[in-house]
Design a protein around this ligand. Structure first.
Ligand code: GUN
Length: 282
């Protein structure tokens, strides 16, 4: 039976440690979140972020816009947040409605306040092996979880299924930086199973039931980034957990694995951007 990579438990440890650090400052870190429209999943994510920030003493300001907001309104708001010294971190919750130019909105965020590592400048640094302002939240959360369980990626074959800008691509770059041999698979990959079976560490970030027991290598590490409701309304991930957990060495549950780590990483990122801003202005 696989060892469970317990993201919930690690999140609590990280947040407790972070709270002690934040309590030492009279000024508090602050995070601005822009949420456009009524996407139910986004609303839940944003609520969770607000709640967690509140517990830590991080100021969070949520700016809500209706679905039909015009792009200029968002751009002007981001510009105002960029020049507001009281704001350390800016997050634009994705997805955005189709009529909004996502690239333009994201790249209006000051790279120094880009808590998601989404701007061209930070993505370029990440791709060049340089230090971005902070690392993207979900990949960073996964790396923290691997570190907690002393899972070293050096020389390992890491297979990432999913090539999104949010998770798959940055994760692959971060695994490369840790000297892994990295393969990215996606919906056009031929013979997916032949590749996933060679993974020492298999990370699935797709959002559909995909990873079955015969697709994994025995005693490998299986990380499930997917989270969605199945036809019966049950929250689950990409991996057939009950089967795969019998042959993997380590596995993340859904919920309680990667999800909580994303939030923990967001709080760490907000704090680190706050520290950097203090340094710059002192
Ligand atoms: N939508 C789903 N996950 C994320 C995330 O980590 N950051 C942002 N900005 N939007 C998301």
């Amino acid at each position: 039976m696989a060892i469970i990579l317990d993201g919930k438990n690690l999140r609590e440890k990280i947040l407790a440690d972070l709270k002690i650090k934040i309590d030492k400052f009279s000024k508090k870190p602050s995070l601005a979140v822009i949420l456009v429209g009524e996407d139910p999943a986004s609303k839940i994510y944003v609520k969770n972020k607000e709640k967690t920030a509140g517990k830590l003493g991080i100021n969070s300001e949520v700016i809500l816009y209706p679905d039909d907001v015009d792009e200029e309104t968002i751009i002007r708001k981001i510009e105002a947040l960029n020049s507001d010294d009281e704001i350390n971190a800016i997050l634009v919750q994705l997805p955005l409605p189709k009529h909004i130019n996502k690239e333009r909105v994201i790249n209006t965020i000051s790279p120094q306040k880009d808590v998601d590592c989404f701007t061209m400048e930070n993505v370029g640094k990440l791709a060049s092996g340089l230090e971005p302002s902070v690392y993207p939240c979900t990949p960073r959360g996964i790396m923290l979880l691997l570190d907690e369980y002393n899972i070293d990626l050096t020389g390992k074959h890491v297979v990432v299924v999913g090539r999104s800008n949010l998770v798959g691509k940055p994760l692959a770059l971060m695994a490369l930086k840790r000297n892994a041999t990295v393969t990215i698979c996606h919906s056009y990959t031929n013979n997916l199973k032949d590749i996933t079976k060679t993974a020492d560490v298999l990370i699935s970030a797709v959002g559909e039931v995909l990873i079955e027991d015969d697709m994994i290598r025995k005693n490998s590490v299986v990380i499930d980034v997917g989270i969605f409701r199945d036809v019966n309304g049950k929250v689950r991930g990409d991996v057939e957990f009950d089967e795969v957990s019998k042959s993997a060495a380590y596995i993340t549950p859904v919920p309680g694995g990667v999800g909580p780590m994303t939030i923990a990483a967001l709080m760490l990122n907000t704090y680190e951007l706050f520290l950097k801003q203090i340094k710059r202005s002192s």
